[in-house]
Write a protein that binds this ligand. Structure first.
Ligand SMILES: Nc1ncnc2c1ncn2[C@@H]1O[C@H](COP(=O)(O)OP(=O)(O)OP(=O)(O)O)[C@@H](O)[C@H]1O
Ligand SMILES: [Zn+2]
Length: 466
């Protein structure tokens, strides 16, 4: 009954022991809101959404923080390019991220702090680090002295002597080129805040150390992000927080990338696919299935074919849910417990692929029960399937996907009555033995993308494969 997680810091899977019994606190590095989200960004959000759902299912009280980096070189560059204020760009993209998290069924986070709302906390942290001899101010910048922190680079398992860390633009006055900027001196025309060391703006690493401390205290359970953040971002977060006196994260979890031709999907590489574009072509629940069901530590190489496979795999599950619900004549509630094999897979470093295999096996068993007209068994399997899908955020009957106020759902009712009308025409043609007309009606429905199935309780329809 113990959840086990791969801890990047330990480089192995470890039993999860919470700092406070029954509670889990998670800090996830969120978006730098310089542009709208691509599916790589959302994969990270989704993987950690599934993690928190699993902890909640296991009875944990979850505190989940995902920050927003709303000041950054790239946001400032965009602001100059577009002649719009930096905060307008940040806010626009923050909304786009939130819409994307929402449309793909990520549960709301506990708090979503913005970096620019935490400058006083960052100043406090810098002051303490300077007092403790871990940081110094130079030319309006504040740097962290990496040699003052012997544990530096333990997470990424690198050697300080071999480290080449190029200095960012304007990073002058460093004592050692490997020291990193916690605070950057103001440049003319750029946003800046007043500090005891002059006006300037926060560095990305400092933001996360300060916000994690504010919302989760001196120690918390899990820190997450994409693998690209291990170095330098997470190393630098650790250095600041630990030198400040925090224990910081007990476990480090990193999701693998969505790639294109083997390369990280990235705004700067120009190989990204926006979530807003994807949801025009794929149902959000299918996109969630595609991005959320491979193991969080395996790469996802973007592929249309894999998306189509995800679509048909999900359709098999959805068809089963629909058929049994119809047979039961009412919604079948999710079982309180998931099958033990599913739980075992999830406990083992969130083994979603193995857990999903249990979903598919249960669907097959349920379908056999339907064929054998064993309603009781079919209903029992559906209850299990719904419980498992709930953990993965993929239950098609969940309000998120099937909510009555949803426009798609309204249209479903309209389409349903129209299809029934047409099917009555087909039935009438058959009754009068006009098979040519009956077949023509069926073909036309098929051309509209509908699949008609004749069942003992009458014809039923569903959307076919694209
Ligand atoms: N292609 C990707 N696959 C998986 N996770 C990603 C991918 N790109 C970014 N992430 C993760 O999304 C989160 C937010 O990232 P952030 O806004 O800093 O983007 P980024 O890495 O700068 O993206 P880009 O390279 O597109 O500019 C981080 O945890 C990051 O690791
Ligand atoms: Zn961070």
């Amino acid at each position: 009954m113990t959840i086990r997680l791969y801890d990047t810091s330990a480089r192995q899977i470890r039993d999860f022991t919470p700092l406070r019994p029954g509670c889990v606190s998670i800090y996830l590095c969120g978006a730098t809101v310089q542009a709208a989200p691509h599916i790589g960004h959302i994969r990270s959000g989704l993987n950690f959404d599934i993690m928190r759902r699993w902890f909640a299912h296991r009875g944990y009280d979850v505190t989940f923080i995902r920050n927003v980096t709303d000041i950054d070189d790239k946001i400032i560059a965009k602001s100059a390019e577009q002649k719009r204020p930096w905060w307008a760009i940040g806010y626009e993209n923050e909304r786009a991220f939130n819409q994307a998290y929402d449309i793909l069924g990520c549960l709301p986070v506990t708090y979503e702090p913005r970096a620019t709302g935490h400058v006083p906390e960052m100043i406090e942290m810098m002051r303490e680090l300077i007092d403790r001899g871990h940081a110094y101010a130079a030319e309006g910048n504040v740097y962290f002295d990496v040699r003052s922190f012997p544990e530096y680079l333990k997470l990424s398992n690198q050697d300080l002597d071999g480290l080449r860390q190029p200095s960012g633009e304007g990073e002058i006055g460093k004592r050692d080129p490997r020291d990193f900027a916690m605070w950057k001196a103001a440049k003319p025309g750029e946003p800046s805040w007043e500090t005891p060391w002059g006006r300037g703006r926060p560095g990305w690493h400092l933001e996360c150390s300060a916000m994690a401390h504010k919302y989760l205290g001196r120690a918390f359970d899990i820190h997450g992000g994409g693998v690209d953040l291990i170095f330098p971002h997470h190393e630098n977060e650790i250095a600041q927080a630990k030198a400040f006196g925090d224990d910081f994260a007990a476990y480090w979890a990193h999701n693998a990338w969505v790639t294109m031709s083997g390369e990280k999907m990235s705004k700067s590489l120009g190989n990204s696919v926006l979530v807003s574009e994807m949801v025009k072509r794929w149902r959000p629940i299918v996109l969630r299935y595609y991005l959320g069901t491979p193991h969080y530590r395996s790469m996802i190489e973007y592929s249309e074919e894999a998306l189509r496979e995800a679509e048909s795999a999900f359709a098999r599950i959805e068809g089963f849910v629909q058929r049994v619900t119809e047979k039961a004549g009412k919604a079948v509630p999710a079982a309180a417990e998931v099958p033990p094999a599913f739980a075992e897979a999830m406990d083992d470093d969130l083994g979603v692929p193995q857990a999903l295999a249990v979903v598919h096996t249960t669907v097959r068993q349920g379908n056999s029960a339907l064929t054998a007209d064993d309603k009781e068994a079919a209903v029992a399997r559906l209850a299990e399937v719904r419980a498992m899908l709930g953990v993965l955020g993929l239950d098609p009957l969940d309000e998120q996907w099937a909510g009555g106020s949803d426009r798609g759902e309204d249209l479903h009712g309209v389409v349903d009555s129209l299809v029934r009308l047409v099917l009555e025409q087909r039935q009438a043609a058959r009754t009068r033995k006009d098979y040519a007309t009956a077949d023509a009606i069926r073909d036309q429905l098929q051309q509209s993308g509908l699949v008609i199935e004749d069942t003992p309780s009458g014809p039923r329809w569903e959307l076919g494969q694209r």
